[in-house]
Design a binder for this molecule. Structure first.
Ligand SMILES: *Cc1c(COP(=O)(O)O)cnc(C)c1O
Length: 364
């Protein structure tokens, strides 16, 4: 198999040094290992710009969806009701979760390339006082749209609702003032912008909110409250933790800090993204999301013409060292290119020359 770089939104390309951390088998109850967990939990609070007197970090086994489900099943009591804002597949997945747990909710959905409307949201909140929680995806990885978190945060504050943000693909790649935004539960995972490998997710949770969630969960293994209680004692996870993944993640955080923290990473991702979109525009690729709504994480491109074959294009690019992502839209033909992970300007340059070559156009 030829090696390639992943231009997908996670799992993504990681450094050799992150992967090397997985060559050693660690013991789950050993103090050194438990210390790694505690160090990670503290570093995540620092990255979020919050402090341990107000917030805590809970790590949860599984992929990101397991962590989203753990927040949904734990943070809503029987009588609570969620307003779930959707403009993509990940928001819709939260609706599916709510259905399968049997939560009370209202879905507010807008087109995949549109922002939720503030006046409409106000209307819903005014009309339905049963609503206790607002849930939204920050960067909808389905399209790459970056949702207006300040607007939704202001509404959550004004109407005193608990705010749950799926920041899976944006946390650590986009600067966010978690405290000022009043986010009660921020969810992300190991294999996105922190650039670790897949295996667990994490929640940065407001302590006073989480403390009130005892006994809410309709699941044993996904009980975020119990997970926190156990982990908070000494860093020992409730059930077997993905030891290799945890060690790799700890290294990935150290490397994020060395790079200059979230502002530096945001800058690199944004440069990657701008370069990619500029260069591909020159060879005829239009984007699905308009510039002002576009995240620096992943971009959806429309097929450049009717006879464009994604499968053929994909294989051509893969043979030359990069793996792309198919589109996730039904009404238009698209594909996606992620620019997060250990991807630098020179990678984007190389990729774009491969694509230019494919398109048979030489652009200076
Ligand atoms: C990656 C991602 C998830 C989680 O997906 P998993 O496949 O379960 O890891 C959830 N929400 C968003 C916005 C994502 O990008």
């Amino acid at each position: 198999m030829n090696s390639y770089k992943l231009l997908t939104p996670g799992p993504l390309t990681t450094t050799a040094t992150v992967k090397e951390e997985m060559l050693f088998d660690r013991c789950t109850w050993d103090q050194d290992y438990k210390d790694i967990t505690q160090k990670i939990r503290t570093q995540l609070l620092d990255l979020a710009g919050v402090t341990a007197d107000e917030y805590t970090t809970v790590l949860m086994q599984g992929s990101g969806t397991f962590t989203v489900e753990s927040v949904m099943t734990t943070s809503l009591k029987k009588q609570d009701k969620a307003l779930i804002i959707t403009n993509g597949a990940y928001g819709e997945r939260i609706v599916k979760i709510a259905d399968s747990i049997g939560l009370q909710y209202q879905q507010y959905s807008v087109a995949y390339n549109a922002y939720p409307d503030e006046a409409e949201l106000r209307c819903i909140l005014e009309e339905d006082p049963q609503i206790t929680h607002i849930v939204m995806v920050h960067c909808e990885t389905t399209t790459g749209i970056l949702n207006p978190i300040e607007m939704v945060s202001d509404l959550a504050k004004a109407y005193e609702k608990t705010l749950i943000i799926d920041a899976m693909s944006s946390f650590a790649g986009v600067e966010m003032d978690v405290r000022a935004l009043g986010i009660d539960y921020l969810i992300s995972s190991a294999n996105k912008c922190i650039q670790g490998v897949p295996g667990f997710g994490f929640v940065i949770a407001k302590l006073d909110k989480l403390k009130a969630c005892k006994g809410n969960a309709r699941s044993l293994s996904l009980d975020l409250y119990d997970q926190w209680k156990a982990m908070d004692k000494d860093g020992k996870w409730r059930y077997t933790s993905p030891t290799h993944v945890v060690a790799a993640f700890s290294k990935a955080i150290d490397e994020l800090i060395e790079e200059g923290g979230i502002p530096a990473r945001f800058h690199r991702y944004q440069q990657n993204n701008q370069l990619l979109r500029e260069k591909l525009a020159k060879v005829g690729f239009q984007t699905y999301i308009t510039d002002e709504k576009q995240s620096p994480i992943i971009t959806t491109f429309l097929y450049p013409h009717d006879s464009f074959q994604f499968e053929d294009f994909y294989l051509y690019v893969k043979e030359r060292g990069f793996v792309l992502y198919p589109g996730k839209l039904t009404e238009v033909n698209t594909f996606r290119i992620g620019n997060i992970g250990e991807i630098h300007e020179e990678d984007i340059e190389t990729l774009c020359s491969v694509i230019e070559e494919y398109m048979g156009v030489m652009v200076k």
